[in-house]
Write a protein of this length. Structure first.
Lengths: 114, 117
């Protein structure tokens, strides 16, 4: 069974530029999550989708971050414009809606903002 | 509010030593799940174990064992006879079991384990 796919793996941009990350969850997983992991910290949830609907985006900086999951499968996370403090690893995870609460993580995208 | 505390920032051991990683959590819910994830240098989070709040049985899987104590809100992880390949950052996490089945993971800050030969 294929795992969670993410691309790109690495991205370097300058501040004020835009960037987008892509995630394809495990087949059949209805729930998709985007986490931000700053160096030395644990991952922090940015947004959670159930199929193509948003369940929780309370920690998403909506003035610059946006995410969509239009067909309920793959998802895109965008940052526009990027700031220095956005440098982090962006992790995508997916899980079955229920009953198992395990989340399976992709390899992440390491973003460096210069 | 949910919170997970991993007080040990970094632990260094020599191969074959036993090591315990501590995890203390806070939640107001009576139904919740606890997890341990491993993050090797490659960066991908690897699921190790899940425990629900109603199951306080300790679990052993090979060299790994977990001790869940609701009375002290702790979910500690022990590696027996550590190996160099165990070197990684280990995260403890907590999630609520919502009625709709949706879950949100709250992670601790992680413990970096260094196992030297």
């Amino acid at each position: 069974e294929a795992g969670v796919a993410q691309s790109p793996r690495y991205k370097i941009i300058e501040k004020r530029q835009s960037v987008a990350f892509w995630c394809n969850p495990i087949s059949g997983h209805a729930t998709l999550y985007w986490y931000q992991q700053i160096l030395g910290q644990g991952p922090k949830l940015l947004i959670q989708f159930q199929n193509n609907g948003v369940v929780d985006d309370s920690q998403l900086p909506k003035d610059r971050f946006s995410a969509e999951r239009l067909k309920g499968v793959d998802s895109t996370l965008k940052i526009q414009p990027a700031k220095l403090e956005d440098s982090a690893v962006y992790l995508c995870a997916s899980s079955l809606a229920e009953p198992s609460p395990e989340q399976f993580f992709g390899p992440g995208t390491r973003l460096t903002v210069l | 509010a949910q919170k997970v505390t991993q007080a040990q920032t970094e632990i260094s051991v020599v191969e074959k030593e036993d090591v315990t990683l501590d995890c203390v959590y806070e939640t107001r819910d009576t139904t919740y799940y606890l997890f341990w994830y491993k993050q090797p240098p490659s960066g991908e989070l690897v699921f190790l174990i899940r425990r629900n709040s109603f199951d306080e049985q300790n679990e052993i899987s090979g060299r790994y064992s977990w001790n869940f104590q609701k009375s002290t809100s702790s979910f500690n992880f022990t590696i027996t006879a550590s190996q160099v390949v165990d070197s990684a950052v280990y995260f403890c996490a907590l999630s609520e079991a919502r009625g709709t089945g949706f879950q949100k993971l709250v992670f601790g800050t992680g413990t970096r384990l260094l196992v030297s030969p």
